[in-house]
Design a protein around this ligand. Structure first.
Ligand code: ADP
Ligand code: MG
Length: 514
């Protein structure tokens, strides 16, 4: 049962108030690009054969309540997390041990590791790395100790394709606008005000991270114009999220950008004799650009790699001189397995990467217990917890996958394990469920309002640029900053598994003192 921490919220407006709120929400969203491409079930291909339409992004009508202490806690560890994950991504020896436990049972991880080894053998020609990370949290209240107060616990750490930074700045702007035009019933006036709505700086933050990497790469030695590549899925419904960051990069930093579908890497790029990555836009085949940075919004899921060609494309980028956001090692640092190794109770590993004790202690506070599902002592304990229907209710079982819809929750765990050969159990981790306090909101999605209980997940973006020569132990951090926040909110009605695949809605935080 979720605990009660928040006051009654949001208030019900009457029909006229609600119509005012909604019409302003729709107009503001469309006018500011807080939009997505519609699903085929919402707008059919026959209705929109040329793909000209966009629709309002799913958003909450009201900013969801979020304890101020929790928000500040999550913000305060952003730089430490950048430091931590840049250190992990620079520690091949440690990652190798983690990956080795997976290679025999997880083909995707095995293939990524092969790409790394191939480039390592040839020698990396780029020592700069960019991480545009997002650390995801939920508010946790300890049911056995209600006096302890709420804190944030980390759901996962994303090192590749951390999305929604483009829309997040805008939904924060939307809620501020609705407040400014008195679209919220007076009853919330005391709760929502300018001080309680933090601005999300994710668009300028992420663009600044990329601009710093682009600048650190330097000018083309061969005299070509330079560019940043957004490596994308095709089709992509969430394209405007990416466009906001891209346009900021163009406008504020004067950086030329191109969208390159993941499946077209071999056609549209080549690696020259110095291993510079050269891009030729298909619409202008006589032009060439030297690529300074490849920003991955694709390539994180096995279903994107249809054949060896796609792996060859990945290898081409990895062996090139372009800065990768992320490199293969940085992507592997973000596996659930790596998170588990750090967060297993009494794990000694955090110290290896964060020698500063007070920094490590703050990061440690954000860990929820996570167990391996292997033959180790902790693994045996986890297997017992996961197979017992009663204890399984407090856990979620996760494979090494990104992008939602892959987890097995609570009562479904024992049955899932019985249907899975025990040799494959170690490909998963077992994580204690975080139990956020109950609250309500209204989600506007595909033209419909859904009112009811919601669960919020706070993501803090971090940008980190570092230099590390493969095979050496020293690492130099050039940039390390927090880069805005995201609040995602989904209905709490269905079992978590059912809603995890859809992202629910984008939201902003209304900070409250609890
Ligand atoms: P993915 O890489 O698929 O995004 P996540 O670890 O973020 O994987 O899990 C997907 C969703 O499952 C999360 O957004 C969250 O809603 C839910 N979830 C995952 N871990 C937990 C947890 N420990 N407690 C509560 N909910 C969780
Ligand atoms: Mg996630």
């Amino acid at each position: 049962m979720a605990t009660q921490l928040y006051p009654d919220y949001p208030p019900d407006g009457n029909d006229v108030e609600q119509a005012y709120l909604l019409s302003n929400l729709k107009d503001w969203s469309i006018a500011h690009g807080l939009v997505v491409r519609p699903t085929a079930s919402y707008v059919s291909a026959e209705t929109d054969p040329s793909g000209a339409l966009a629709t309002t992004a799913p958003v909450t009508l009201f900013p969801s309540l979020f304890p101020r202490v929790c928000f500040e806690q999550a913000m305060s560890v952003a730089q430490a997390y950048n430091e931590l994950y840049s250190a992990i991504a620079s520690d091949e020896e440690w990652l190798k041990q983690t990956v080795e436990e997976l290679v025999d049972i997880d083909d995707f991880i095995a293939e990524l590791w092969k790409v790394y080894l191939a480039v390592k053998q040839e020698g990396y020609v780029q020592s700069l790395n960019l991480g545009l990370f997002r650390s995801d949290y939920m508010v946790h209240t300890d049911p056995t100790n209600p006096q302890s107060g709420p804190c944030v616990k980390q759901v996962e750490f994303n090192t590749i394709a951390s999305s929604f930074g483009g829309l997040s700045s805008h939904v924060s702007g939307l809620h501020k606008h609705l407040l400014a035009i008195d679209a919220y019933p007076e009853a919330v006036g005391s709760m929502i005000n300018d001080k309680s709505l933090p601005e999300s700086k994710s668009v300028p933050g992420l663009a600044l991270g990329m601009a710093k990497a682009h600048e650190a790469y330097g000018p083309s030695t061969g005299g070509l114009p330079t560019c940043v590549i957004f490596l994308v899925q095709d089709p992509e419904r969430n394209v405007f999220d990416q466009r906001h960051v891209e346009y900021e990069l163009n406008k504020t930093h004067g950086v030329r950008t191109f969208r390159l579908p993941f499946g077209r890497v071999l056609e549209d790029t080549k690696v020259d004799s110095d291993r510079k990555l050269i891009y030729t836009p298909p619409h202008a085949p006589s032009k060439q650009f030297e690529v300074t940075l490849v920003y991955f919004r694709a390539g994180y899921s096995p279903d994107e790699y249809h054949s060896q060609r796609d792996w060859d494309g990945r290898l081409r980028i990895e062996r090139s001189a372009a800065i990768k956001c992320p490199s293969v090692l940085t992507q592997l640092a973000g596996t659930k397995k790596a998170q588990q190794v750090l967060a297993t109770p009494h794990s000694p590993h955090l110290k290896r990467f964060l020698p500063d004790d007070s920094q490590a202690a703050e990061v440690l506070k954000t860990f929820a217990p996570i167990y391996p599902m292997d033959e180790s002592e902790a693994g045996k304990e986890a297997r017992k917890l996961a197979l017992d229907p009663e204890t399984a209710m407090r856990y979620v079982l996760k494979p090494q996958r990104e992008g939602g819809g892959n987890n097995v929750y609570r009562r479904a765990i024992p049955g899932f394990l019985k249907d899975t050969p025990a040799t494959h159990w170690p490909a998963h981790i077992l994580m204690e469920m975080i139990e956020p306090p109950a609250q309500d909101n209204v989600i506007f999605r595909n033209g419909e309002l859904q009112k009811g209980g919601v669960i919020c997940e706070l993501g803090i973006y971090g940008a980190c640029l570092w230099r590390h020569k493969n095979g050496q132990s020293d690492r130099q951090i050039l940039e390390n900053f927090e880069a805005g926040y995201l609040l995602r909110t989904k209905g709490s009605g269905s079992e978590e598994g059912g809603v995890a695949a859809g992202f629910g809605s984008v939201d902003s935080a209304c900070l409250i003192d609890v």
